[in-house]
Design a protein around this ligand. Structure first.
Ligand SMILES: C[S@@+](CC[C@H](N)C(=O)[O-])C[C@H]1O[C@@H](n2cnc3c(N)ncnc32)[C@H](O)[C@@H]1O
Length: 223
């Protein structure tokens, strides 16, 4: 019997882990927790400072996951292209993007565009199409965001239930260093990588600067 099962409820899709039946993974951009983060906590979000989020900024989120970071960016007015390679997570995300939500949330969701793809393939095409952004038809985003699944999180208590289940489902993102290399090779002027606060830098890449919080860190690469 497979460990994970995707089921459709009246409220949308959810992923069930048969090893931990008390946990179900679902995405709800209208949840009070996320709304609280987006409204009252929004300005404190290190992510928004690292990206320098502002209306109209084009961000490519290469690791969409549960869509939380994409949502916070879109809520700040960014136009977000979300790349997610897991078919199941793409189904969960698409369902959440099409959910019946308030007008305000709907306008945020209208700035979030999901593509089911491996970001490495997308970045490779952007790198190959030309040497300047004009050659590439102006397709380069202003910022590329990468948030790979951390190899191990020592402070498990800091991982919430959904993120823990996501970790069990997708496993480690072993190709994170390759992804960062490709992002830098596109020539995009800013690449932001989320890491554990005490995690190593990804391979030989040295960030231009960092924003450090208790659990996470954002490494910013400017070029
Ligand atoms: C740690 S989670 C990202 C969480 C996300 N930032 C959020 O706010 O919910 C990493 C996600 O990136 C996806 N991912 C990792 N490498 C990828 C790649 N090369 N292309 C597309 N998706 C990728 C994984 O499938 C996983 O869903």
């Amino acid at each position: 019997m497979p460990r994970f099962k995707l089921i459709q409820q009246d409220s949308g899709f959810e992923l069930i882990d048969s090893h931990q039946s008390q946990l179900a993974l679902r995405i709800d951009f209208g949840s009070s927790k996320l709304q609280h983060r987006a409204t009252r906590g929004g300005k404190k979000e290190l992510l928004l400072r690292a990206v320098d989020a502002k209306p109209g900024l084009r961000v490519m989120d290469c690791t969409a996951g549960l869509g939380t970071d994409s949502f916070l960016l879109a809520n700040a007015g960014c136009i977000v292209t979300m790349l997610e390679r897991s078919k199941i997570l793409s189904i969960l995300l698409r369902g959440a993007l099409q959910a019946n939500v308030s007008q305000d949330i709907q306008s945020t969701l209208s700035r979030m565009h999901l593509i089911e793809a491996d970001a490495k393939d997308v970045l490779l095409k952007m790198r190959k199409t030309g040497s300047t952004d004009e050659d590439r038809g102006g397709t380069l985003p202003d910022v590329i965001l990468i948030d790979p699944m951390f190899p191990s999180r020592r402070k498990q208590a800091l991982v919430n239930g959904s993120m823990q289940m996501l970790q069990n489902f997708v496993g480690k993102d072993q190709d994170a260093t390759e992804l960062l290399g490709l992002a830098i090779q596109t020539g995009c002027s800013k690449v932001v990588v989320k890491r554990p606060a005490n995690g190593d830098e990804l391979d030989m890449f040295k960030p231009s600067y960092q924003y450090v919080a208790k659990a996470n860190r954002f490494d910013v690469f400017l070029q």
